[in-house]
Design a protein around this ligand. Sequence first.
Ligand code: NAP
Length: 296
Amino acid sequence: MSDIKLGFVGLGIMGRPMAINLLKAGYRVWIHARRAESMTAVADAGGTPCDSPAAVAAQAEIIFTMVSDTGDVEHVITGDNGILEGAHPNSIVVDMSTISPSATRALAARLAARDLHMLDAPVSGGDKGARDGTLSIMVGGKADIFERVRPLFEIMGKNIVHIGDHGAGQVTKACNQVAIAQTIVAVGEALLLAKASGVDPARVRQALLGGFANSRVLEVHGQRMLDGDYEPGFKANLHKKDMRIVLETANELGIALPGAAVATQWLNALVGTGNGELDSAALSLLQQQMCDVKLH
Ligand code: NAP
């Protein structure tokens, strides 16, 4: 059993298995989620439930947050009964949610003013990666703080990269989402073109897998489109949220990302038509409807 005391705030699809993996590795973990029922599985695995993020921070030296959006991270850190109210000097807050890079930098500065450290460490790999401890973890913050947390990242993930200073992890995650969203649109259009031409889209996918158009998206999302199977995976609601962060960041920087903007509109349309709980590959359904072509 390690002597380091850990905290975990946010025990949803991702946070729950990540906290359980830390417990399985022998750490003591103090936990909090908004709803008591969200804590049950982690408490059953040995976690100690607390009634607020402040109560978690009062116990733990390293506190992980894995909540939904920028405002939620701000709330659990700086809100009433938030981590700032309970944390001891020199504690480390590790935010693993996907949120705004600029808000992350502001939070890190606020924590530093109270002698607290922060890392932004968003992840890729989905609930399966969280359960298997194989997440990709992209980290922003000071190198010495990263080294202190690295053994814990190694329990939760496999590909762990320290990218740069505060916010760099969130920037990396935004880049990831820019590339994935546009590739989903592109793969959907490629399969649609095949089908509309009277050519078998499954064979087209098979051929493209061996050439320059190969990608994980062609492999995984392309197959989902062919099967008409849109069980998430990664929900359109979350992908839409991440693209909002991308475009907010582009706006702050004064740069244009027209491809990302178009992909975001596809996700907005998918969520707007009531399909936010489907995998984001389901934007192929909209493409199919628009052209009156059925892949499946
Ligand atoms: P989720 O299942 O909705 O879980 C979110 C958790 O955060 C829940 O435990 C929720 O509490 C808690 N929470 C949210 N807002 C809160 C607030 N204001 N105060 C206190 N607790 C709050 O979401 P998830 O899928 O685990 O995703 C978490 C983060 O990881 C998101 O930023 C997401 O974009 C990112 N991510 C997700 C995936 C994926 O495949 N799901 C992959 C990579 C990254 P309750 O349970 O009490 O409601």
